[in-house]
Write a protein that binds this ligand. Sequence first.
Ligand SMILES: *Cc1c(COP(=O)(O)O)cnc(C)c1O
Length: 338
Amino acid sequence: MIIDFRSDTVTKPTPPMLEAMIKAKVGDDVFGEDPSINELETLAANMFGMESALFCPSGTMTNQIAIKCHTQPGDEVICDESAHVYQYEGGGIAFNSGASVKLLHGDRGRITAEQVKEAINPDDPHRAHTSLVCLENTSNRGGGSCYDFSEIKKIKSVCAENKLPLHLDGARLWNAMVAKNEIPKQYGETFDSISICLSKSLGCPVGSLLLGKKDLIKKARRVRKVFGGGMRQAGFLAAAGIYALQNNIERLNEDHAHAKQIAETIALKDFVKFILPVETNIIIFELKNSISAPALVAKLKEHGILGYAIAPDRVRLVVHLDITLEMTTKTIEIFSSL
Ligand SMILES: *Cc1c(COP(=O)(O)O)cnc(C)c1O
């Protein structure tokens, strides 16, 4: 048995999801004629109480399209130093939008309203024009940490006072909302654009959505075409998304419970220096000098457990839809024996 904790992107569609995909009605989405994509976009926009949505191949694309829509070349984007938009999108902010970035030192990926306020450049020709703030919830490198919604509200106020749009990288927003008992509409009311992934914890093979006002999404549709993301009969993928939004959100609690159980065992190991608080489905722990992260990952692999060395001394495990209770129990046994 291989137990794959490398990422929550490794899930495979379940039989009922596949059935929904096979039965999907499709058309040419570049012509706006794919009924399944139109249904998914409407469903997601309504969930968040936002005007419009756009289905895209990846979360990188939805983030990059949003940044492109909100900025002009030479502008500056504010985000945490660990943000996916900065760390893991191939330098896309510079490449696609010609914008620079101001990195903030947040707490496990979360920045504060005070930090944002201080990071906004004055209206001075020497300085780059600050034109966007990006938050990430949950934070990937922060170990699945969740924002307190009250801080998001404060950040929103700072943005409003300075006429700055606020974008949310919500690749794992579902996990945050389930963990914190929040609802999509509170996010829809607060952010100018939201990127959500269907291909992470919700178990879809492909797909992300960008949400926003009608005008923004109209512009985003043009940028998606420019970026090469206009797909044709992609309704088969959208059908998986519809199925996931209707069936796979509540169950995220199980993933969070499994992650906490596994983390309790890991925290006790003498080769572990510390473990980040487990708030959702991500476990990140730092090792003492006795073993490196790649060495531990190799050792785990011998036992059929796949993890990821995110730094020379840090290992990440991500729990997801395809991790069963049996696998969780087995993982705990293996860690106990190490
Ligand atoms: C995975 C992820 C994305 C998007 O990744 P894709 O693989 O391009 O879909 C964006 N932001 C965060 C925080 C992520 O973890």
